[in-house]
Structure formats: C-alpha cells, structure tokens
Design a protein around this ligand. Structure first.
Ligand code: SF4
Ligand code: MG
Length: 327
C-alpha cells in the first residue's frame, strides 16, 4: 500500500540580504534535501533542536510555505504545484495543530464557532447540524458542550489546545501535522494532551506528523522517529529500534540528554556540546562535524547520504559506511 504522505528531496532555501544595496549575503538552508514517508494510521515523530527546519517541513507539507524544490505527495498526488483551487480538496485532508493555542484562536469568536468554522467554509454543515457536530467534537476532545459559548480567554492552555484539536478534527482529516503541540503547556498538562492525541488516532485512524524538540514527548506518541539536524534528516528508524540502537552521534547525544528512569543505566554519550551552527551557509560535508566527537577528515568535505543501516533504519554518517557504530 502506498504511503499517505511521501516527501522527496524537499529543499527550502531563503536568501539573506544585507547592506544598503540589499545584496545577497548568504543563503539560509532551512530544509536541505529531506525525504520521508508517513503511512496511514502512523505517527512519524520529527525531532531536533530549534532552528533545525522541523517547522519549515511542517509548513511545506501543508503548503503554507512554498518549497524551493522537491515533491510532496498526498495519496499519490504531487501537491507542490497545485493552484489554490486544486488544493481545496487536499486542504480538507490535512490539518495542523500549532504550538501556541492562544495565537491560533480568534479571541472574538466563541469556541463553538471556531470549531464549526471549517464546516461552514467547506459547506459541510450549517445551523443545527453544525451545532450537533461541534458538540460531538467537543465531547471527543474532553470538553463540555456548554463550553461552546465561551471565548478562548475563558479556557486554560490545555483546554485551548483541545479546541485547536477539535477544529483540526472537524473535517475528518487523514493527516494532522502537530507542530510542537504541547511545548507551550505545563508539564502536568502535556501528557493529557498527548494521550488525547493517541486516543483520537486509535478511534479515527488518521496519521500524525508530530514535531517536537523534546525526544521524550516524541517517543511517547510516535511509531517511527526521524531526527533532524540543520535542515537534514540524520537518522530515521522505528521508535524502539532508534532508542535501543541509535547510530548517529547526534541521536546518541540527544538520547543521552533524556532523563533515564534507571539512574544506573549506562549513558550512551555525553550531551552534545556547543550550539547549533547558523543555518546561513551551514558547515560543509556532514553539517554535524563541528560538534561531533567522532569527526574525521572526510566528514568536513563529503556529505554523508541517508543510507540503510538495518531494516527500516537509515542513517547519514560516515561511521556507518562499513566501519560500524561508534562505541
Ligand atoms: Fe560525526 Fe562524521 Fe558521522 Fe558526521 S559523518 S556524525 S562528523 S562521524
Ligand atoms: Mg519550530
């Protein structure tokens, strides 16, 4: 069966201009050749430090940002060149939940109107039928129907994110892109929202592209995980495989920084040192070479491709080119 979403060689570069003449002084490599797929009913986690291009991937998939090149196939149709009108049927099947639930809710609309709006826009339900559908959606996300008449400021942060989730669900999407959906919430609320998302997927069978900088959050909800660094995917594998057998030095460092339940458990590698380099004119070769403890001469000049390192496990690192995994 073909994947629901197939992203091939996605690139998004921006020109950086400076000086009075606004000359091009550099190029931001926000996304630099990213490929992945998401199956029906699957959750793919996309993890990486802030500025690594995760959100740009999310926005490109939804066509909120135009990629510089690459293909984005939804149900086998390349949607990258489609006009607004041609996009319309696809818009229904892809929804997004943003990080900041307050900023993405119109403060002058009631929660019920916010959730019902997509139904009106797409001409699916009006009046009483819409009210009933919205009440159902409220119940699905754990809100009470009498809260439909309240305004966003009358809800807590977690409840506001539930409103956003209900709105995303309203059109019966096949893909929901979640861009850091719990990062702005209290830690005590995060698990509730994540568990709600998992529960909704069980009942509705849609796919998630789930983006976060927190590996623990991604691990909980994802079936597979892709690790991004400076606009590229450096490793992608089944969640269990990635945690048991991380091959990329960057993934190893990220995992080492996740608190382990057993304090005696062996740490895989020291936490990664230093900041992420600027995505403007990023490092040559392997972009991680400026921070990698295993760096070799070759890493500084040649860019390692994402290659198969095991079943469904791909990694972009010269150490995996026949020389095995770093110990
Ligand atoms: Fe480190 Fe080289 Fe592997 Fe990059 S390719 S992660 S620099 S060992
Ligand atoms: Mg972001």
């Amino acid at each position: 069966q073909r994947p629901l979403l197939e992203v091939t060689d996605l690139v998004k570069h921006y020109a950086v201009r400076g000086g009075v003449l606004r000359r091009r002084v550099g190029t931001v490599h926000a996304v630099d050749g990213v490929s992945f797929s998401v199956a029906r009913g699957e959750t793919l986690g996309l993890v990486g430090e802030s500025g690594c291009g995760k959100s740009t991937v999310a926005r490109s998939v939804l066509r909120l940002v135009e990629p510089s090149s690459g293909a984005i196939k939804l149900n086998g149709t390349d949607i990258t060149g489609l006009s607004k009108a041609e996009m319309r049927p696809h818009r229904r099947s892809m929804q997004i939940v943003f990080q900041d639930p307050f900023a993405s809710l119109n403060p002058r609309m009631t929660a019920g109107d916010i959730v019902g709006e997509p139904l009106s826009v797409h001409g699916l339900a009006t009046g009483r039928a819409q009210q009933e559908r919205v009440a159902e959606l409220f119940a699905q996300v754990g809100l009470r129907p009498d809260q439909m008449k309240n305004y966003p400021h009358q809800f807590s942060g977690g409840q506001r994110q539930r409103i956003c989730i209900a709105r995303a669900l309203s059109l019966g999407p096949s893909l929901i892109v979640c861009d850091e959906p719990v990062s702005a919430l209290d830690v005590s609320i995060q698990a509730q929202v994540i568990n709600l998302l998992i529960d909704l997927q069980r009942k509705n069978d849609f796919s998630y592209l789930f983006i976060a900088h927190d590996l623990a959050v991604v691990a909980h909800i994802s079936h597979r995980v892709a690790v991004m660094y400076l606009g590229r995917i450096v490793e992608i594998a089944d969640k269990t495989e990635l945690f048991a057998n991380p091959r990329h030095p960057y993934t190893q460092a990220l995992l080492a920084s996740v608190p382990v339940a057993d304090p005696k458990a062996k740490r895989l590698a020291p936490m990664v040192d230093g900041d992420v380099p600027s995505p403007i004119n990023p490092p040559s070769g392997c972009a991680f070479h400026t921070r990698c403890r295993y760096v070799m001469d070759r890493c500084k000049v040649e860019r390692p491709a994402l290659v198969e390192a095991g079943e469904g496990h791909q990694v972009a690192c010269w150490l995996n080119d026949g020389t095995g995994r770093p110990e």
